[in-house]
Design a protein around this ligand. Sequence first.
Ligand code: ADP
Ligand code: MG
Length: 687
Amino acid sequence: MPTDILQLPLQQFKGVGPKVFEKLNAMGLRTIEDMLFHFPLRYQDKTRLTAIGELREGMDAVVRGTIRASGIARGRRPTLIVKVDDGTGLTTLRFFHFRRAQALQLKVGEIITLFGQPRLVGGQPEFAHPEYQVGERETELEDALTPVYPTTEGMGQSTLRNLARQALTYLAQNPPDDLLQGRLKDAPSMAEAIALLHQPPASVNTQTILEGRHPAQLRLASEELIAHQISMLSRRARTLQLQSARAAEGGKIAKAIIDTLPFSLTGAQTQVCSEIVEDLKKPTPMLRLLQGDVGSGKTLVAAISAAHMVEAGHQVALMAPTELLSEQHFRGFNQWFEPLGVKVLWLTGQIKGKARREALAAVEEGEVDIVVGTHALFQDHVTFASLGLVLVDEQHRFGVNQRLSLTRRGKNDITPHQLTMTATPIPRTLSMVAYADLDCSVIDELPPGRKPITTVLIDTARRQQVIDRVGAACREGRQAYWVCALIEESDALQANAAEIAAAQLSEVLTDLKVGLLHGRLSADEKAEMMAAFAANRIDILVATTVIEVGVDVPNASMMIIENAERFGLAQLHQLRGRVGRGAIESHCLLMYQSPLSQTAKQRLAVMRESQDGFVIAEKDLSIRGPGEVLGTRQTGLSSFRVARLPEHEALLETAQTVAEELVRDDPKRAEQIESRWTRAREAFAHV
Ligand code: ADP
Ligand code: MG
């Protein structure tokens, strides 16, 4: 806002001592502007009196009447009971906790004004612990609805209301410029919109506010989305100022790799590779998202991209979401590249001390061509001789913010190209927001010869049958994954569930080898277990969701998932994608705990009926709604102050157009809008 007044710290305000200020800080509220953007969760209606005779269950009601009776009911716990009469009826107030002074104050004959939400007990309205005021004086009814703010312990509503009131006064005196200059039709001004949301007149339908559909919210959300689009556009524009490493014409290494493959690339892989290579030849960095279903062969595309960079004499970094996956990638890449004289390094967390220093020195000296690791690679201070390309696998695990930190890492002035890969289909509108600064490539074809996976749903009550069936299959030389999960994210609890299942399986299937893989094992132990499974020294691998992404063991043909109803469909699809990679027919057994809700039934049925990640995502979307499927949390957009997705999806198209116009016609104004809102966002991100 032009007015730096709104940037003044809240300490300016009456009633904000050091203690309160500290609490406010902890809530992310530092400036007047922060307070203005701290919107109520809901509202109370204290604008009018309600007659006792007209009280309805659960409504907000201010009631005024005379106390007709007051006394303490002695029971296990004494209760203060007060009867109030306003000429239209009688209502009962109950206080389960009360002070003596209170009991004395609430005397027969006193006038009382109270606020609360009545319950109807046997047709009679009752209030438990209402707010109240005793005395003759004219009760002040509110002009506007009373806001209820998000708060933390020790910070009362009255303090927040008081601060918001003062902030609104500042706002009215210093209204922010209309930076959009009428580009939004019939919209209230920013100051009006903010004021309305803090103090809506009694006539406003609060339901529309709660649902995010009020014109004041649409006004603010529009500007926020415009600001976001501007920031995406300017990030893109900044990228175009940067210099990248250019891939050479040629592609000898890539060709050599392709020649050694026992299969040929799918049409989609070839197409995507050429899109990427085109970008890699440009003098400015690529920012590209590669979407492709589980098993569509994204790793190979990554390797071919890497080959082009390495050939041009630059380095490549490949980041995986887990150590396990980074090891698998290392093995794959090493197999492809080593025979061609390309040096691949696995920079695992296990390499420590002197060995690590030596490894890092080799990267810095350019003795290593490709570095594989987890994203910790980039939290570390790894310096590259000349980093040309960064490959990020399974992007959805990282979130948007993570990719921002991927900038120059080389000793030279080169900014690496960036390719992020994901198997999670992203609804278009959400990708318009979350990935607006990226180009997109899609692998929309699976390698030929994949046998469909037969999926069945089985009640947990029939667990023994499942165990028998898995045992029989393994005796025929097959291998199985057995996935356990709990709602809790805790590694410890998950590990525990898997341990129990593994113990039980090995007790019953004495002739088979049962392995166990969970998040509490060390990276070495995990890698060892995975290697044993890949080498068919283990028949059944009991695991937690650590195996969810990317693991590739073609001989495994059975996937058993316990408590399948607790997983998201995208996750189930990822898990199921671990099988069906070899020549044998594969099976996926989804066990569920009865009874299933209607929605859960529908969702699991989708898994049985489809094997196409995009179809599954669409169905999931229509059953659960996009917010759940790809919540704003995963996309790193939770820091929006007003805009909500998918509720404000409809505003996106316009936001995009307006942002483009502004950046083109009035870059200075565009920058102002961006900074107005990013400032608000940054402050919010501290919460
Ligand atoms: P994802 O896209 O899920 O990361 P991967 O890259 O792990 O998939 O590939 C899955 C499996 O498919 C691997 O075993 C890989 O070798 C194999 N694969 C990749 N491309 C092809 C292809 N064109 N033809 C046959 N198999 C392929
Ligand atoms: Mg993969």
